[in-house]
Design a protein around this ligand. Structure first.
Ligand SMILES: NC(=O)C1=CN([C@@H]2O[C@H](COP(=O)(O)OP(=O)(O)OC[C@H]3O[C@@H](n4cnc5c(N)ncnc54)[C@H](O)[C@@H]3O)[C@@H](O)[C@H]2O)C=CC1
Ligand SMILES: O=C(O)[C@H]1O[C@H](OP(=O)(O)OP(=O)(O)OC[C@H]2O[C@@H](n3ccc(=O)[nH]c3=O)[C@H](O)[C@@H]2O)[C@H](O)[C@@H](O)[C@@H]1O
Length: 458
């Protein structure tokens, strides 16, 4: 069958997989191929056990795979056979050399650029899907345009705004699609090709076009603003705990102002996920690079508050449990960085587990989707950690339960039963404010939510 367009995506991760599956679903007239250097990942995408858990993704992939969606490890062939290439490789924080711990590590990105250059014999549109420092497109263009064979490359920026756990809906009905291009005739032509792809299902007014640097920067700024909201409400949660104000009530009152808005104001143990911290660090690094130290300090404080909130959670546990956790068994309800995903990257639960082990507590972890990743994250820790599927079994004989992830199932458990099976006095630390505190208190627990008065029996 002859397809209208042939689209390639390099990088079959949390972004590449779902994003391309959505394009394939919405545009049966296009052929979409996803390639990755990781053969195991590609095998999983081609199996009934996808490498990531995302509600609605199984159905999406089943409906398109081997029809107009293909997964392969043959990166070079993919480049040769496609003229529209999304690049969605990982761009983690650099762990070595200059900028270690701050700047984006662009090695995977650059390898891809060189591979595209080496394998191209016809003009290509190369689309930055990964989140990148502003002005990366320039570096990309410089690498690609070293070619002596006269192949033309147009680089576009099309950052992804999906959130894990809601990726399928976010892709189907996005708030906006952002496409940045050079404002040259060729740049605008390439931009229009990409607009045409999204216009198959996204209303035109939601497809925003801009210059390429604005597009790159907007992605970092979007994540920085979102994370800033979480840090803002978390900072206020600390003040609530000192003053008997209730952070949920404060968030509701503040968020009712339409200029502020009510979403993303849930106080928590802090934000996790692979991107917020990395993207803010990247922004901070860029600001310092341009000598904007005050601006850098401002954004860095979002991360400082996030670290503070995680540490505060552990210190509150310690203080409530008579200043010692040694030999105590603590059950963590949830390990994923948020509900509806098995992803544990930068999950606050990792930090909390490490700190509890430092205090010589034993940690029992339960999570409906993230136990495999949790095992990998904690493979090298010193101390006793158990992984248990069933939450009742996990909590049996524990001195405390700490809610790490807002999986709805934890709100629906039988807390009378959990109390019966707990060591007494029994504690709950609700790091997500999802439990009915009063009910838990009434069955016997001492309850410590975030940013609300504790309910204790002593
Ligand atoms: N995870 C998320 O929810 C979001 C992530 N992003 C951004 O999207 C980018 C990708 O993120 P994820 O999908 O989460 O990462 P990921 O780590 O899940 O996937 C990246 C994939 O790229 C592959 N890869 C690396 N180098 C390669 C190469 N040279 N050739 C072929 N494949 C290669 C890796 O094997 C991996 O499977 C990052 O820049 C991230 O900041 C943006 C929005 C949302
Ligand atoms: O670039 C990315 O990777 C993505 O990062 C976030 O998506 P994600 O990290 O998947 O999930 P979020 O829903 O944003 O949650 C991030 C963290 O903040 C926490 N959070 C969120 C909201 C809130 O009110 N309180 C709160 O603690 C969550 O529990 C989670 O740990 C953004 O929401 C996406 O738009 C973006 O594309």
């Amino acid at each position: 069958m002859e397809f209208e367009k042939n689209i390639l995506c390099i990088g079959a991760g949390y972004v590449g997989g779902p994003t391309m599956a959505m394009i394939a679903r919405q545009c049966p007239q296009y052929k979409v191929t996803i390639v990755d250097i990781n053969p195991e990942r590609i095998a999983q995408w081609n199996s009934n056990d996808l490498p990531i858990y995302e509600p609605g993704l199984d159905e999406l992939v089943k409906a398109t795979r081997n029809r107009n969606l293909f997964f392969s490890t043959d990166v070079e062939r993919g480049i040769r056979e496609n003229d529209i290439i999304f690049v969605s490789v990982n761009t983690p924080t650099k762990t070595f050399g200059t900028g270690a711990g701050m700047a984006a590590d662009l090695q995977y990105w650059e390898k891809t650029a060189r591979q595209i250059l080496q394998n191209s014999t016809s003009p290509k549109i190369v689309i930055e899907k990964s989140t990148l420092p502003v002005r990366t497109a320039q570096a990309m263009e410089r690498i690609l345009n070293t070619s002596r064979n006269g192949v033309r490359f147009d680089v576009l920026s099309n950052p992804e705004f999906l959130a894990e756990g809601t990726a399928v809906n976010d892709l189907k009905d996005p708030d906006r699609v952002l496409i940045g291009s050079r404002e040259t005739e060729d740049g605008l032509k390439a931009r229009d090709t990409l607009v045409e792809i999204f216009a198959n299902w996204v209303p035109r007014e939601k497809i925003i076009t801009s210059n390429i640097w604005s597009s790159e920067l907007s992605k970092l700024v979007s994540n920085a603003f979102l994370a800033q909201r979480v840090s803002s409400i978390n900072a206020i949660s600390a003040l609530c705990e000192k003053t008997e104000a209730d952070v949920t009530e404060v968030a509701r009152a503040v968020g009712a102002d339409s200029r502020i808005g009510s979403r993303f104001l849930n106080a928590s143990i802090g934000f996790g996920g692979s991107c917020f911290k990395k993207d803010i660090l990247n922004l901070v690094y860029l600001c310092r690079h341009y000598g904007l130290n005050d601006v850098a300090d401002y954004w860095e404080s979002v991360i400082k508050i996030n670290n503070y909130q995680q540490e505060r959670f552990v210190r509150n546990m310690l203080a409530a449990m008579f200043n010692t956790l040694a030999g105590k068994r603590i059950c963590l309800f949830g390990f994923a960085f948020k509900a509806n995903t098995g992803d544990t990257r930068e999950s606050p639960a990792i930090y909390v587990t490490r700190r509890l082990l430092e205090e010589h507590a034993e940690v029992v972890i339960t999570d409906p989707k993230a136990l495999n990743n949790a095992r990998i994250d904690l493979a090298n820790v010193q101390g006793k950690v158990l992984f248990v599927d069933d939450p009742y079994e996990a909590a049996m004989g524990c001195h405390a339960i700490a809610v790490m992830t807002e999986w709805p199932l934890y709100a629906d458990l039988d807390y009378e039963r959990l109390y019966r099976d707990a060591e007494k006095p029994a504690f709950i630390f609700d790091g997500r404010n999802i439990l009915d505190s009063r009910r838990c208190f009434e069955v016997g627990f001492n309850v410590f939510p975030i940013g609300k008065p504790a309910l204790t029996h002593f």
